[in-house]
Design a protein around this ligand. Structure first.
Ligand code: VGL
Ligand code: ZN
Length: 210
């Protein structure tokens, strides 16, 4: 698969807290760094997202008395999974993985910085209304085909891909450059949603980045 001037690689949340030893470590999360770094070479435009929560964020289990992490609660905007405190603004856990080629990025998008709203998608927060600004950036630059990689497939990568489709963009998930959180049924559910939305699946090798 050839990449060109209308393509953008969106690297989702490759941060310390989602990697080994992190507060919300994704199994084998560190393994995405190498393929993502190689993928970056195939794209003129690379965007990084950074999960960026204030201390005491509403998605943190500790903010909900008697509730535990990885369980769902009802918030003002609907169902929300609770997480251990992670990616707190200015802490080491919120930093990008130290080996990630951040120098290749043309834009970094921070998300989840409003205390009361979580944001899985790089485009839109979990209230499904609050925009991050990424759609406008892509539109102004004429970037119409979005390739996504990073952490985690079943949450931030997947929801970003679904929103890209809703915005009328072509979307491809680079499957072997992602890892999943893997809550009950979350990977299978995201597989189905992505297929229904017409999100493509492609490998690092198919993009010539092996
Ligand atoms: C993510 C849960 C909470 C992700 C971020 O990057 O997939 N998951 N915050
Ligand atoms: Zn988060």
């Amino acid at each position: 698969m050839e990449t060109g001037g209308e393509d953008v690689l969106v690297v989702v949340d490759v941060q310390r807290d989602f990697c080994r030893g992190g507060a919300l470590a994704v199994a084998d999360g560190d393994a995405v760094v190498e393929p993502v770094n190689r993928l970056m070479e195939r794209f003129e435009c690379v965007v990084l997202t950074q999960d960026w929560h204030p201390a005491g964020h509403g998605s943190f289990a500790g903010m909900h008395a008697g509730r535990s992490a990885y369980k769902t609660v009802e918030l003002s905007y609907g169902q929300q999974t609770l997480w251990p405190a992670h990616c707190v603004q200015g802490t080491p856990g919120a930093e990008f993985h130290p080996e990630l080629r951040v120098d290749r990025a043309q834009l970094m998008v921070r998300k989840g910085f409003r205390a009361g709203i979580d944001s899985y998608s790089a485009f839109r927060e979990n209230d499904r209304q609050t925009a991050t600004g990424l759609a406008g950036y892509l539109r102004e630059r004429g970037l119409r085909r979005v390739f996504l990689a990073g952490l985690a497939y079943d949450f931030c990568v997947g929801y970003s891909a679904l929103d890209a489709r809703e915005l009328g963009l072509e979307a491809w998930v680079v499957t072997d450059a992602c890892r999943s959180v893997g809550l009950a049924g979350s990977v299978a559910a995201m597989d189905r949603s992505l297929e229904q939305a017409g999100v493509g699946r492609v490998t690092v090798a198919e993009l010539g980045a092996e």
